[in-house]
Ligand binder design. Structure first.
Ligand SMILES: Cc1ncc(COP(=O)(O)O)c(C=O)c1O
Length: 413
């Protein structure tokens, strides 16, 4: 009855040749399919699960909030307190507004940027994903909608305002920004939708400087990196402050809440202060806000969390390198904080979408099913990454590396 059998296309498993198992429930680092098979989960719902599946603090907060009204249609104090807590962590978010999804956060940030600059165009980077609004989706690399066309439901008018450039190429970006029609550059400061592709040293600073010289705004899409790579996101990790930031995924501890925010003068463009309309019936609803407080409470209660996650992810990356070497494969393994990835291609770590897309999808598909058989739940696409949660143990990681060694040997043989 679901269109195409899924509520989100990547779940259909086209990139691995068949539909992944349907899932019944999840707890801690484990996910269990409808036939009762248990897996160590590295999909983690494409990023939201940072603490664990079924976090008791989040569950209790949700239950309590639900008993006091799930949606109010008016501002409530917990919403304001949540905004204050986020502002204290994400320094670029002087003013913010809650929405439900990363898609909404990104499209709203762009609209505000246009109003503030009085300019129409947006620069995107190939392979970076910012949700499925018209301007963000075509040629995203992450999507099969490679051209703006009515076949994919995107008008030429929407596409005509978008300039798509390669990641990690400063000169191309500087040249594009000489066009004074560019309102904003939007990017994932750490690209995690084409495998994990890190910014070159100095790249983000150079983008910041180019925006400053030309009056375009810089939007960091931290929907994946926010709270995950550091409490203050990639902007804290790299010390580069964007004009606008989009967050989502981890923020709700597994519930749907996202936000966009940034410079006070830019956010003043939003109605009722300014002329940009943006709203949402469920935006800032008390249940998701309570879940987000519980998530931030858990971060506050565990100052070593990110260091621990980093150590465990490093153990996984080191194990993957050893397993690959044993299989005679020289695939680059990339790890940052609790994100791990290896591209199925020989050579150095990819720097952009063209290199990332060279990964061998057929080999990845064979590897995917081999890992699943051995109790490891991976993303069903070579272009997605592995996420760890605070519930993943060293034993989980070691079991995963053993499964990697066996799977790589079997796909190689
Ligand atoms: C970097 C990034 N931005 C935006 C989005 C869109 O978020 P959502 O799926 O909540 O609309 C995603 C989703 O994968 C993402 O990875």
């Amino acid at each position: 009855m679901l269109a195409g059998g899924v509520d989100s296309p990547v779940r259909a498993g086209a990139a691995v040749g068949a539909m992944p198992p349907a899932i019944a429930h999840a707890s801690g680092s484990r996910i269990v399919d409808v036939d009762g098979n248990e897996y160590i989960d590295y999909l983690c719902a494409y990023g939201p699960v940072l603490l664990r599946h079924g976090h008791p603090g989040v569950a209790a907060a949700v239950r309590d909030a639900a008993m006091r009204g799930t949606v109010l249609g008016a501002t409530h104090p917990e919403e304001i307190r949540l905004a204050e807590r986020i502002r204290a962590l994400m320094l670029g978010m002087e003013r913010l507004r809650f929405v439900n999804t990363g898609t909404e956060a990104c499209l709203s940030a762009l609209r505000v940027a246009r109003a503030f600059t009085g300019r129409e165009r947006v620069v995107r980077l190939r392979g970076h994903y910012h949700g499925h609004s018209d301007e963000m989706i075509f040629s995203a690399g992450a999507s099969s909608n490679s051209q703006p066309s009515l076949a994919c439901g995107v008008t030429r008018a929407a596409a005509s305002c978008v300039v798509i450039l390669p990641y990690n190429e400063v000169r191309a970006l500087e040249a594009a920004l000489r066009d004074e029609r560019v309102a904003a550059v939007i990017l994932e400061p750490i690209a995690a939708n084409m495998g994990l592709v890190l910014p070159d040293d100095g790249y983000l600073g150079a983008v910041r400087a180019a925006c400053d010289r030309t009056g375009s705004l810089l939007i960091f899409d931290e929907v994946i990196t926010g709270f995950r790579v550091a409490r203050g996101g990639a902007q804290a990790h790299y010390g580069v402050r964007p004009d606008l930031t989009c967050i989502g995924k981890t923020l709700g501890g597994g519930l749907p809440i996202a936000a966009f925010g940034g410079r006070e003068d830019v956010m003043a463009e939003l109605a009722p202060q300014g002329g940009v309309f943006q709203g949402g019936t469920f935006a800032g609803n008390p249940v998701c806000v309570a879940a987000a407080h519980a998530f931030l409470d858990a971060l506050d209660a565990d100052p070593d969390l990110h260091a621990r996650l980093d150590a465990r992810a490093r153990r996984l990356a080191d194990g993957a390198r050893a397993a690959l070497a044993d299989a005679g494969l020289h695939f680059p393994v990339v790890q940052l904080a609790s994100i791990v990835d290896f591209a199925f291609r020989q050579g150095a770590a990819p720097r952009d979408y063209v290199e990332a897309a060279q990964a061998d999808g057929d080999a990845y598909a064979r590897y995917y099913w081999n890992m699943l058989e051995r109790g490891i739940f991976l993303p069903p696409s070579k272009m997605e990454v592995m996420f760890l949660t605070a519930a993943h143990t060293d034993e989980d990681v070691d079991r995963t590396v053993d499964a990697m060694r066996e799977s790589l040997a079997s796909i190689n043989g």
